[in-house]
Design a protein around this ligand. Structure first.
Ligand code: HEC
Length: 176
């Protein structure tokens, strides 16, 4: 009984020592890989990975630029943008008159709308294509109809904006 017990203990000890033996060899390899002669290979591998990551990033940037060039209407053109893609749209872009601009600022419409570019809401030049009357625009600012603009989040109703202000904005929208 005791002999059997001590024999199995010895067997376990042997197994454990094998295990330790194996793992310490692995540890040595690991140590070697990080600090010893293997570190050079590791550094080289890391450098290759870094270079390939940079290449992927550069390719993505070119792809994004190509996409932007293909869809000039969606790309907000920077002032003074002379790229060929923006050129056809440029002559149509008129500056916002000061009085209208002041109203759009005052009522924070600019936070979501620009004259010619989609922001959160549609560009006013797109709204102009709907050919609303000023009264209809007043109604739509006070009671937006999100179903008019699929793919956009709903505009919050802005009942506090005075009708007279919206009429000025509406006449300008229809001039775009
Ligand atoms: C928080 C963002 C936000 C603000 C602020 C905002 N809008 Fe909008 N607007 C939207 C979105 C989004 C849409 C499209 C979805 C919709 O109509 O609900 C929209 C749509 C519109 C439309 C088109 C309505 C239609 O049914 O075709 C007009 C006109 C408009 N906005 C005018 C204004 C004016 C004027 C102001 C300022 C008084 C203003 N918006 C402020 C987000 C905004």
């Amino acid at each position: 009984m005791t002999l059997k017990k001590s024999a199995s203990l010895a067997l376990m000890a042997l197994a454990v020592s094998f295990f330790i033996g194996c793992s310490s060899k692995e540890d040595r390899d690991k140590y070697d890989q990080w600090y010893g002669s293997g570190s050079k290979a590791r550094e080289e591998a890391a450098l290759v990975k870094l270079q390939s990551d940079r290449k992927v990033a550069a390719e993505q940037a070119t792809a994004a630029a190509a996409e932007k060039a293909a869809a000039p209407a969606a790309a907000p053109a920077a002032p003074g943008d002379t790229s060929a893609a923006a050129a056809p749209a440029a002559p149509k872009r008129k500056p916002v008159p000061a009085d209208v601009s002041a109203l759009l600022n005052k009522h924070a419409c600019f936070a979501c709308h620009q004259a010619y570019d989609k922001v959160i809401g549609p560009a006013y030049s797109e709204v102009a294509k709907k050919k609303y009357t000023p009264d209809q625009i007043v109604e739509l600012v006070h009671n937006p109809k999100p179903e008019h603009w699929p793919g956009y989040p709903p505009m919050a109703p802005l009942p506090h904006v005075p009708k007279a202000d919206i009429v000025v904005i509406a006449n300008w929208i229809n001039s775009l």
